[in-house]
Design a protein around this ligand. Structure first.
Ligand code: RBF
Length: 164
């Protein structure tokens, strides 16, 4: 069966996070959404063995600032294995949406390549609030949970490849 919703993940394929240290950067815009995603992410990390004191949560004003937030975290804490970036950008009447989405997706890619560490794009880009609610613990799961699972898988991949 094609898997479209990682929130219903298969525990068998998910690495243990026991030895991992993970940053979470959270945008405060649309915080009813981003805080629910953050809860989903941190609960999932702990469920898979990441110690509470190895989950470092920092807040930034809006999704545009996620890039700087992730960069600062990786620059100042070399023991982080990955950073999960959580935001919610909702389409408004102006083109602001396009600029923020473009900047943050490209910005986070650049940070990942700069530090050679997984930087996870858990940013909702929706037409309206209902679509965001549906993805922050609603009918389409919780994309924060998916971000956590993705981080665990990417750290494992990086560690496997860097041993060779
Ligand atoms: N930040 C978000 O995370 N989600 C949004 O939907 C969002 N919409 C914005 C709309 C406008 C018109 C402006 C000016 C900012 C918006 N921001 C949003 C904030 C943005 O990410 C950033 O914090 C500010 O532009 C300051 O750099």
């Amino acid at each position: 069966m094609k898997k479209t919703n990682l929130s219903e993940h298969n525990a068998a394929g998910i690495p243990s996070g026991e030895k991992y240290r993970i940053g979470v950067v959270v945008a405060e815009w649309n915080d009813n959404i981003t805080y629910a995603m953050t809860d989903g992410a941190t609960e999932t990390l702990q469920h898979y063995g990441v110690a509470g004191n190895n989950i470092v949560v920092k807040h930034v004003p809006g999704s545009f600032e996620l890039t700087t937030g992730a960069d600062l975290m990786l620059k100042n804490d070399a023991s982080l294995d990955a950073v999960i970036c959580i935001g919610c950008v909702i389409q408004g009447e102006t083109r602001h949406f396009d600029f923020i989405c473009q900047a943050v997706s490209q910005g986070l890619t650049n940070v990942a390549l700069k530090y050679e560490k997984p930087v996870i794009f858990s940013v909702l880009t929706t037409n309206d609030m209902q679509q965001a609610l549906d993805r922050a613990g609603g009918k389409h799961g919780n994309k924060g949970v998916e971000g956590a699972v993705t981080a665990l898988k990417m750290i494992k991949l990086q560690q496997e490849l860097s041993k060779k």
